[in-house]
Design a protein around this ligand. Structure first.
Ligand SMILES: [Zn+2]
Length: 161
């Protein structure tokens, strides 16, 4: 053939075996709005990802490849290794938007530096900021039981009539 086919986007799993705990979002990744780090037990992340994969579609080619490969990689984790696994950027992109939801559901936990303690349950507040047409902007924050900020970010909901 004289023409070359478009190369497939390449995604390579981390070569390091996954451990019993995964850092899914937070300050260490420089994620906007996070003032603490969010962790999850790998077995609970596997459960979540299986559910998620059955309902999700779309995303870029590389995200689709990563979603499926990540499940296999997570299932092969070494549960006896108590160190924390850091995700690569594609994996982070997939999981980060769900991090606070996983905390709310009691699956993930956060480590508050101020308290030097891990929490599975946080205090959440939401404040309305503004409304314009069908769009509503609000701020969502999560604090530890001692009122230290864990997460704060602005969100937007668009109402479809
Ligand atoms: Zn605290």
């Amino acid at each position: 053939m004289w023409f070359s086919k478009k190369p497939n986007p390449k995604y390579l799993l981390p070569t390091k075996r996954c451990t019993s705990t995964v850092l899914i979002a937070g300050e260490k990744y420089n994620n906007k709005g996070f003032y603490a780090d969010v962790y999850i037990k790998t077995s609970l992340l596997v459960e979540w990802l299986e559910d998620y994969l059955s309902s999700v579609s779309g995303g870029s080619e590389i995200v689709k490849i990563c979603r499926n490969q990540m499940l296999i990689w997570l299932k092969e984790a070494d549960e006896l290794d108590k160190s924390v696994t850091v995700l690569d950027s594609v994996q982070q992109e997939i999981i980060r938007p769900h991090a606070m939801d996983l905390v709310s559901k009691g699956r993930a936990y956060v480590y508050c530096k101020e308290c030097s303690e891990s929490y599975t349950s946080l205090v959440s507040t939401s404040d309305n900021l503004s409304k314009s047409g069908d769009e509503r902007f609000f701020s969502l924050s999560y604090k530890c039981p001692n009122e230290h900020f864990i997460y704060q970010n602005e969100h937007m909901i668009r109402y479809i009539k």
